[in-house]
Design a protein around this ligand. Sequence first.
Ligand code: ZN
Length: 105
Amino acid sequence: MVRGRRGARVRPAEPHRRCVGCRQVAPQRELMRLVAEAGRAVQGPGKPGRGCWLHREASCAVAALKGGRIPRALKGKAAAPELPLLLEWMGLAALDGGGGSGLKS
Ligand SMILES: [Zn+2]
């Protein structure tokens, strides 16, 4: 029997998760968890069930929504939230502070 050396074991002190926006792995506490609830994606820090993770960054929110990655990550059990809502959950201000973006006439 060979005795394994344990010196090289590098174990993160905390769980890491993959962001559905930028696809990078990050410590769980840096990410926001979304879970499927009643057909919608909601914030679910401690909720059971299928979840996905997202940085609290607008760019990750946009990327996740653009690619339709939230519904996919939630196995189609929830529609993606709208961007302003996601940003609100992230603690980011809505883009201009106003609700009506993209109104052109
Ligand atoms: Zn990200």
